[in-house]
Design a protein around this ligand. Structure first.
Ligand code: ATP
Ligand code: MG
Length: 263
């Protein structure tokens, strides 16, 4: 069973890409077959996977516009141990070009269909906007993972995102669920962070992952070496947190699998 997870939050700089790259590497480390899709024209997940966005000739752009296939465009991230559909600034054009096309919201879903069964997890690193690329991500996904920093404005942005998810569920993808909320860049000494964290838990209960991602300089440095932190420094706190998150996801997936087997 393949699980497609959109890693999304329209707020910028909350740790979507750091989570996408390191979770992909941590799941691959656990023996899972992983595809990471870079849906952001910034191409940060591409660079962070050790693939030079300036030299790739085909990207998610060709895939969503139907000019090529996911099978042809995917590359392998050697440091990450997973496959990648890369992106670069060309993808910004898709935002405009998609508006003119039929089935504009379902293009990624259709493009992933032929290869989805080859993977245990497909992670979609979404851009910091509720735009057509993000909508394509939400339509292709089974569930959403929301990375967030525990700060005051985090909760405000969350209601817009939850409304967008509801709209996509009503109109385009009835199975879309919130898989979980992930606390990122967490500093336990910060009392506001503690307060927001407990508010999140009382609102969303078990939807908040038990794993917390700490602020960790190795996670911030790793992209400059073109590698997930897991392959750079497995022992650092950041890598350990993402390995733990991978364990949490695998356990949840196994529980769903078991429940399905009994119906
Ligand atoms: P954007 O919205 O621009 O796509 P994003 O949500 O993908 O951003 P990241 O690029 O993952 O966020 O992270 C933003 C910045 O914070 C980056 O410089 C990253 O290296 C740093 N960062 C992310 N997570 C952590 C962490 N746990 N500890 C320290 N630095 C982090
Ligand atoms: Mg990003």
């Amino acid at each position: 069973m393949t699980q497609i997870l959109a890693i999304t939050n329209q707020k910028g700089g909350v740790g979507k890409t750091t989570t996408s790259v390191n979770l992909a590497a941590a799941l691959a480390d656990a023996g899972k077959r992983i595809l990471l899709v870079d849906l952001d024209p910034q191409g940060n997940a591409t660079m962070g996977s050790g693939v030079d966005k300036r030299t790739v000739s085909n990207t998610v752009y060709q895939v969503v516009l139907g000019l090529s296939t996911a099978e042809k465009v995917r590359v392998h991230s050697d440091p990450g141990g997973y496959d990648l559909l890369p992106a670069n600034r060309e993808l910004a054009g898709a935002e405009v070009e998609l508006v003119e096309l039929d089935h504009r919201e379902t293009r990624l879903r259709s493009a992933l269909e032929p290869i989805a069964a080859q993977y245990d997890f497909i992670l979609l690193d979404c851009p910091p906007a509720l735009n057509m690329l993000t909508v394509n991500g939400l339509v292709a996904a089974d569930a959403v993972m929301i990375p967030m920093q525990c700060e005051y404005y985090a909760l405000e942005g969350l209601s817009d995102l939850v409304n967008t998810i509801k709209r996509v569920r009503q109109n385009l993808n009835p199975k879309l669920e919130i898989e979980g909320l992930l606390r990122t860049m967490y500093d336990p000494r910060n009392s506001l962070a503690q307060q927001v964290s407990s508010q999140l838990q009382s609102h969303f209960g078990s939807k908040v992952y038990a794993t917390v991602i700490p602020r960790n300089v190795r996670l911030a440095e790793a992209p400059s070496f073109g590698t997930p932190a897991i392959s750079l420094d497995r022992a650092c706190k950041g890598s350990q947190a993402y390995l733990q998150l991978a364990g949490e996801l695998i356990e949840r997936q196994a529980a769903v699998g078991k429940a399905l087997a009994t119906v």
